[in-house]
Design a protein around this ligand. Structure first.
Ligand code: ADP
Ligand code: MG
Length: 485
């Protein structure tokens, strides 16, 4: 089926290569620490430094993690995979080759599902996922005319996840990437931190005229380190290629860098200068051989995955699909929501509204994740319960929430301390209603003459007098009764 894009007459084709840093303590072939942020070259041992005569030893944890990923995306996990040497010269790669998997990767033929712009589910193929080591980093800042090399990152384990060219717009590419991001974090195999570079992506982009069978020539975009930039970079690139072809030009296969300051991509190297990596199996490492039993033992450790959790939230809690989707973007958020639901008598939808509304708002304001919430799930449930049993109105609840966020105590403590309990005493409300009617003879006249809309005004006046604490239904009832007298 033709993909839908906003570039009419053209079809966009995108395939992504994602590098997820695996969350192991030690590196893939050495015992050095992978912790982020250490002083340069303090976490690089002889293996990472590429000393001659040293031998790599595979960290088995990466095999477990890759297997877990393969099972999560419904892929084939290879019983036998092979590490190869990818030869190239660069200062941050002292060995002169990167150890990666080439012809026989550990994971092949996977898939995941995204929702396209029209709300339809789309299957995106995952060609392969292979294990490899990261390279070091060049440092240019603060060293005058010199450059430095930091090899702390050298040997950090990566899972490179390659998609089929199945994506049809920048939005779909971002949806796919978010899905991968969610999955690796659910599995606990990567922290997914984009700022620290533990989740990176290259985007291969091409265009072809609608109906054209063969794929267009692609450009590979690098340096994409946020979801927002990825979408912008791809859209810039699509327009560039379409304009180029329209003007009679041809897209050349090349690597382009995205410049977020200028919001443009520019050529980094063309295919002509491409490396010949002279791949060959690494003689220092045995093939990775795993048994069916090993794979099955890992399968039983699979957590409930985002799609399944989302569906369960829709079924069990009667949530809308998009609310369920947001609540399941991380396991921690989903767990928090379920803890609120478990501790409240209100409908799950009400709990969802509070988690996605006030709570998410407060967290975003402070740039925090759910793990840093200043209000525990059971305490938020306590607040929801007070709305549910009519102790406070939803409006007053927002005020209580703010106080809770500022550390002023539980919902009950705040309501008590601030005297926010809802006024449900009819005679008390009647007194105030009488006062409001007496103070507004003009509007009363108009209302009686048929201007029904003024009801809102009277309700507002009563609420104002009671600082929002009167029970709104009762206020309405009493006002109606008295005004229609
Ligand atoms: P390489 O080894 O040069 O990186 P691959 O064949 O492994 O090339 O493809 C890398 C990525 O590029 C994959 O995600 C693939 O889906 C994507 N891709 C391949 N051809 C095209 C194309 N014509 N347009 C867009 N993406 C493409
Ligand atoms: Mg590539």
């Amino acid at each position: 089926m033709m993909g839908i894009s906003s570039f009419s007459g053209w079809e966009v084709v995108i395939g992504l290569e994602v590098h997820a840093q695996l969350a192991t303590k030690a590196k893939i072939f050495s015992g050095a620490s992978t912790a982020y942020g250490a002083e340069p070259n303090t976490q690089a041992c002889l293996v990472d430094l590429g000393y001659p005569g040293v031998l790599p030893v595979l960290n088995e944890e990466v095999v477990r993690m890759a297997t877990l990923f393969g099972l999560a995306v419904n892929a084939t996990v290879a019983r036998r995979s092979v590490f190869a040497r990818k030869n190239y010269f660069y200062p941050d790669l002292p060995k002169g080759y990167q150890i990666s998997q080439y012809e026989l990767p550990i994971v092949e033929h996977g898939e995941l599902f995204i929702t396209d712009g029209d709300g339809n589910e789309r299957r995106i193929g995952i060609t392969r996922a292979h294990l490899e080591e990261d390279a070091g980093k060049s440092i240019h800042e603060g060293l005058g005319a010199s450059s430095g090399i930091d090899l702390n990152r050298a040997g950090t384990p990566l899972l490179e996840i390659v998609s089929e060219p199945d994506l049809r717009s920048a939005k779909e590419a971002v949806a796919y990437l978010r899905k991968i991001h969610t999955i690796v974090r659910y599995l606990g195999i990567s922290d997914g931190n984009m700022q620290e570079g533990s989740f990176r992506c290259d985007a291969n982009v091409s265009v072809r005229r609608l109906g054209q069978k063969v794929l267009g020539t692609r450009a590979e975009l690098k340096n994409l380190n946020s979801f927002r930039f990825i979408e912008k970079a791809i859209n810039f690139e699509i327009e560039r290629q379409i304009e180029l072809i329209k003007d009679g030009g041809e897209v050349v296969q090349e690597t382009r860098l995205y410049d977020s300051d200028k919001d443009e991509t520019r050529s980094m190297r063309s295919k002509e200068e491409a490396n010949d990596y002279r791949y060959f199996p690494d003689p220092d490492l045995l093939p990775v051989e795993i048994s069916e039993e090993y794979i099955e033992a890992i399968r039983v450790t699979l957590p409930e995955l985002p799609d399944a959790k989302q569906q369960r939230f829709v079924n069990d809690y009667d949530l809308k699909s998009d609310a369920a989707a947001i609540l399941t973007t991380s396991r921690a958020l989903a767990d928090y929501f379920e803890a609120v639901v478990g501790a409240t008598d209100a409908r799950a939808q009400v709990a969802a509204n509070w988690v996605l509304g006030e709570l998410s708002g407060a967290l975003n304001r402070e740039n925090k994740g759910i793990g840093d919430s200043r209000i525990a799930a059971t305490d938020l449930a306590g607040l929801v319960n007070r709305i549910h049993d009519h102790t406070i109105s939803g409006k007053i609840a927002k005020q209580v929430f703010e106080a809770m966020w500022e550390g002023e105590g539980t919902a009950d403590e705040v309501i008590e301390a601030k005297g926010l309990e809802q006024i449900t005493d009819s005679s008390a409300i009647e007194t105030i209603v009488d006062r409001v009617i007496a103070a507004n003879p003009g509007p009363v006249e108009e209302y009686k003459a048929g201007k029904d809309k003024l009801m809102g005004f009277f309700v507002g006046q009563v609420m104002k007098e009671t600082q929002g604490q009167a029970n709104p239904e009762q206020v309405n009832q009493i006002l109606k009764a008295k005004l229609n007298d």
